[in-house]
Write a new protein. Structure first.
Length: 165
């Protein structure tokens, strides 16, 4: 994004966040994502640093941070107060490198198997959980895996597996 584009994005995020907080008592939480304006460390940090922490929180999605080559544990330590919700997701580092090398879209990356069942990829869940535990506060966490295109029965076995993180 250009400086002007970022300024507009920040202004609108702050405006939406203020409306949600003041009128509905809801926290506006922005989610980074592959193939978006918030993918890389530089893009995410520029946005988070520029937005008002009173009105704009951050959805920490470990998979999308990994996809954007962001160190999740470092991000947790540096932006602890901005994290409002967590998505535990993992990426296959070899597929991420293939995506970079072949300039694939995020949809193509998912179809190529970039998203893997936790704890089968990066970032490792244990260090992420440890870093979150150091925040010493309740935080909503969801474990997920992006699987598309896939049949409805494809993800069915995953939640019933006895593996532990």
């Amino acid at each position: 994004m250009s400086v002007e584009d970022l300024a507009l994005f920040v202004e609108n995020a702050n405006r939406v966040g203020k409306i949600l907080k003041d009128e509905y008592n809801v926290t506006f939480s922005v989610h980074s994502h592959g193939d978006s304006h918030l993918e890389t460390r530089e893009q995410i940090v520029r946005f988070v640093d520029a937005t008002d922490p009173e009105y704009v929180a951050f959805c920490l999605d470990t998979g999308h941070l990994e996809y954007g080559e962001v160190d999740t544990v470092e991000f947790i330590k540096n932006y602890a107060d901005r994290i409002s919700i967590v998505h535990i997701k993992q990426m296959d580092p070899e597929v991420v490198q293939k995506v970079r090398h072949e300039d694939l879209s995020f949809g193509e990356a998912v179809a190529a198997g970039v998203c893997v069942t936790p704890d089968g990829g990066a970032p490792k869940v244990g260090p992420v959980i440890d870093a979150l535990a150091e925040l010493n506060r309740e935080i909503y966490v969801i474990v997920e895996q992006e699987l598309y295109p896939c049949t409805p029965m494809c993800p069915f076995p995953s939640p019933s597996r006895p593996e532990k993180f």
